[in-house]
Design a binder for this molecule. Structure first.
Ligand SMILES: [Zn+2]
Length: 223
């Protein structure tokens, strides 16, 4: 695989958003892009955890919502993302994973910075379902290792390789729950796809290819 030289990325600022359903390989690609371009991989989950751990005011607010099982309001999430993007490691760009989730967040993001590319790593719903419904989790809470009977099964069926405990299917990974999550995903993301398409910065990537090929396509799309 022929990749652009390191120097190429050094002179290019890259502010990238990654869109795509769960199990579509978005996290893996974010990590690869982050390493290649030497820009931080930023997810709202990580920002939340860091602020909660450090006991910041916003962190306390976030954990009060999460403890009640309420979605963290856009206003709070926006503030946290803004603070993160002001940190020194973002000066050459960043890759945002899981943000923005809706138009309000996207408009806020546009008001504080200029995004270069929105990359949609796309896989069909039936593939998302296939990948997620095969997931089996170790019943041992201290282990909680995740297997996939379709893609990365345990050596002995139904038993954890690491600790030998039984494996089970989490409620989240049952077909009904997966369908529900996909529905929410499409409702949230379709307007975003349209939004970035209108701005002319949307890049659609076929996620149904080997990891290296998806990565190669992303690199050519953001040249
Ligand atoms: Zn285990």
């Amino acid at each position: 695989m022929q990749l652009p030289p390191e120097a190429y990325f050094k002179k290019h600022k890259m502010k990238i958003i990654l869109l795509g359903p769960q199990a579509g390989g978005k996290g893996t690609q974010a990590k690869l892009i982050s390493e290649k371009n030497n820009i931080p991989h930023i997810s709202t989950g990580d920002i939340f955890r860091k602020n909660i751990k450090e006991g910041t005011e916003l962190g306390k607010l976030v954990s009060s919502y999460l403890n009640k099982g309420i979605l963290v309001p856009d206003k709070v999430t926006n503030k946290l993302v803004e603070a993160r993007l002001k940190e020194g490691d973002c000066r050459n760009g960043f890759i945002l994973d899981g943000y923005p989730r809706n138009i309000e967040q996207a408009e806020f993001l546009d008001s504080i910075t200029k995004i270069d590319f929105a990359i949609d790593v796309n896989i069909p719903d039936k593939e998302v379902i296939f990948r997620l419904e095969g997931r089996k989790t170790c019943t041992n809470k201290k282990c909680s290792r995740i297997y996939n009977i379709n893609t990365s099964p345990s050596k002995e069926e139904g038993k954890c390789d690491k600790c030998g405990a039984d494996l089970y299917q989490r409620d989240d990974d049952k077909p009904g729950a997966i369908k529900k999550r996909l529905e929410i995903y499409h409702n949230e993301t379709s307007p975003l796809i349209f939004y970035y398409k209108k701005k002319g910065i949307l890049k659609r990537i076929n996620g149904m290819q080997p990891i290296e090929k998806v990565f190669e396509d992303i690199l050519s799309a953001i040249k």
